[in-house]
Design a protein around this ligand. Structure first.
Ligand code: NDP
Length: 334
């Protein structure tokens, strides 16, 4: 097949306009591996790109989609053969070059990870960039001493933006690993959902989202995964236990950090930056293998809804407003 279906963004009169189109394969960017894309997803960054926010895309027409899973169709690389199951996240695919909202994608071989055994293309995308980021956050916290068997008083982990994509996977993963998870959310009506993923306690988002009123608060968390940033991250820093760490993943609540240096000086806390985009390949493979092993697939199912490509533009403003629950998988065949 030399033509394929894609969601193409055009810039018209200063606005970004999406259209479902048939595209000739010759228009794909250069790359060593051509993939038949089966599933992609809607992440916060995709929402920004679809809504034309943040100047993430510089050249139009553009095919968005920062992640995808599928099967190799053609390969100039000795590492991949036609038929190989693969997954891609990051590398600015879907931003600086065409991404996964299409039945075909072409990328450098080094961008692809072989899908772990036992993980279907749909499951890999139910995890997607958000889940991969949550896994990187957990690995970073563990490298800084977090342990589930440390017992009560030393294994409480806070997840902020808990009902979103990164948050939902982080809650499930941490609970499955044996941590006691506190889920911070602005949506108390999602209590059953978050408890179903393994949260032991719900924290009102408002309790964390004001600028901290004092440089140190009560020591509460042995670790934290933060998808919100801004004043929330600053507040989390004041509540970490001695030498505990927060993995900073996102900025859904703002990019300014109104923090004091005091928690670093008087409690030796760590602020760990999580970057899923340029993350080195060996770490990617480790993270995907751990996701396949550690993330309960029934909980993954509970946090996922699947939509056709045509429904994606209408969902973009909703993810930016924090209205989407869990993960949205896009079925390219639907
Ligand atoms: P989602 O929109 O799915 O989740 C974000 C969640 O944050 C919402 O569901 C909501 O959770 C909470 N939230 C939203 N707005 C606010 C607000 N104003 N104040 C406080 N909380 C808010 O996004 P993702 O999970 O996909 O991504 C989360 C963040 O992580 C984004 O900033 C994204 O860009 C970033 N990210 C970073 C990556 C990296 O490599 N570092 C990779 C992937 C994502 P609730 O309703 O439970 O309160």
């Amino acid at each position: 097949m030399s033509n394929f279906r894609a969601l193409v963004l055009h810039e018209e009169g200063g606005k970004v306009v999406p259209r479902l189109e048939t595209v000739d394969e010759a228009r794909l960017p250069p790359g060593e591996v051509t993939v038949a894309v089966e599933y992609s997803t809607l992440n916060y960054k995709d929402g920004m790109i679809l809504e034309g926010q943040g100047r993430l895309v510089r050249a139009y027409p553009h095919v968005p989609g920062i992640d995808f899973a599928g099967t190799v169709l053609a390969s100039d690389s000795p590492e991949f053969r036609p038929g190989d199951p693969v997954v891609l996240t990051g590398w600015r695919v879907g931003e600086a070059q065409w991404g996964g909202y299409a039945e075909r994608a072409r990328v450098k071989a080094e961008y692809l990870v072989r899908r772990p055994d036992g993980l279907s293309a749909r499951q890999a995308m139910a995890i997607g960039t958000a889940g991969f980021t949550a896994m990187l956050a957990v690995i970073a916290l563990e490298k800084h001493g977090l342990r589930p068997d440390a017992g009560p008083g030393a294994n409480e982990v806070l997840v902020t933006g808990a009902a979103g994509g990164v948050g939902s996977v982080a809650v499930s993963l941490l609970a499955a690993l044996g941590y006691r998870v506190a889920a911070s959310t602005g949506r108390p009506e999602l209590r059953d959902y978050l408890e179903g993923l393994g949260a032991a306690e719900l924290i009102d988002r408002a309790a964390l989202s004001a600028k901290p009123s004092r440089p140190l608060d009560r020591e509460r968390w042995a670790g934290a995964v933060d998808a919100v940033g801004g004043a929330t991250l600053a507040t989390v820093l004041t509540q970490l236990k001695y030498r505990a760490s927060v993995a900073a993943c996102g900025l859904a609540g703002g990019s300014d950090l109104p923090a004091s240096v005091i928690p670093f000086l008087l409690r030796g806390v760590n602020l760990l930056g999580i970057d899923s985009v340029m993350c080195p390949r060996a770490e990617r493979i480790e993270a995907w293998n751990r996701l396949a092993r550690d993330l309960p697939l029934d909980r993954l199912e509970a946090m996922t809804q699947t939509v056709p490509l045509a429904e994606v533009p209408a969902l973009a403003p909703r993810i930016l407003k924090g209205e989407v629950r869990g993960r949205i998988v896009i079925d390219l065949a639907a």
